[in-house]
Design a protein around this ligand. Sequence first.
Ligand code: PGU
Length: 453
Amino acid sequence: MASKSFSSSSSSSGCSPASDRRISVLARHLVAENALSSSPIYASPTSSANSVFAHIARGPEDPILGVTVAYNKDPSPVKLNLGVGAYRTEEGKPLVLNVVRKAEHMLVNDRSRVKEYLPIVGLADFNKLSAKLIFGADSPVIRENRITTVQCLSGTGSLRVGGEFLAKHYHQRTIYIPLPTWGNHPKVFTLAGLSVKTYRYYDPATRGLNFQGLMEDLGSAPSGAIILLHACAHNPTGVDPTPQQWEQIRRLMRSKALMPFFDSAYQGFASGSLDEDAQPVRMFAADGGELLVAQSYAKNMGLYGERVGALSIVCKDADVAGRVESQLKLVIRPMYSNPPIHGASIVAAILKDGNLYNEWTIELKAMADRIISMRKQLFDALHARGTPGDWSHIIKQIGMFTFTGLNSEQVAFMTREYHIYMTSDGRISMAGLSSKTVPHLADAIHAAVTRMK
Ligand code: PGU
């Protein structure tokens, strides 16, 4: 045997026992390689004509982010991307808030800052301030310390961590999501280990809330089921319950011990006021019951690529909250170990400084107002063209999106003929529109509804 003769010849040459061991390991390695090369089946993907991944089918593009991929490939000078929910200026450019630039400047000039790992739960200041932002500074859940807040990877990561925690530790594994909802919700929660069902939300006939359907479906959900609620500016419909309807939803959910899981991706974008947009969450927090909330700073601070968000779990008392946090750490650690430091430091710098905070609210309101003005301009432009149909939902709906009611053929027509890119469900991101591009969009909608009935 090759290994035997190799090791025996080495020991006879007077080597130490340690080098003997190394040589015998090397010998086994060489023998194994020899055995492989003489084998008729050669498994290395790099030197084989056929990849071991050859059977893999190409996956579809994402229904939302794939719209940008298609847009980027289009050489047309009039092309318009109304797919992704990302704010653009009147010039059609992405916006970095002035207050964010100031905070970054401060951070860069602060020589005491280091790049060490954050704790598993993220930046402590950021977590405290995020809880204050959504629940209110004087919230009893904060005062009584019966909340845990952990920094996560934007809204998506917060939803995923919350979903995984519930799948592991909560007695009910079914989550009800509104119909329709953000396209990633069912995927995030299914992969987290929950079983996903829907509740009625939108009525295409009225282009408004199907409140009766919603109440019936929540009413027949099993006790304890998790209910995903959009805190404000529902995506994709732009339709939110009124404060009175929220109160009825709250009562029904609490009476059936349904667990609220709020997705707050647009705080400040619906009304222009951070406090007003947080009202539904605060209403549920005020009744002493438990709940989860996922926050994102992608839209309201324009920190899309920084991936900064938070998951809060409100518990009955501080002791439970502490134990819940210990389990959240066990969910996070094997997923991504701990979150990134930069985005959270920007948010914390803004939230803790009175002047920066005020400046932020002014910039946020300006973004919300520009979107509202786009609604009015698009509505007027369709009215001026005599476009058939009632387009009043464009001004009634709130937040970043208008759920136009255009069908997938009409959308495909607008993309083909007018180079306008939007999701196939007829959702347009009003934040991607400007005074200059409104006429082009109105022409396209007019042509689509008159030619593609
Ligand atoms: N929840 C809702 C309701 C959302 O609309 C979005 C983003 C998220 C969570 C996740 O946002 P984060 O960026 O992870 O904080 N929806 C946008 C952005 C594009 C996308 O699909 O991620 C959209 O256009 O619907």
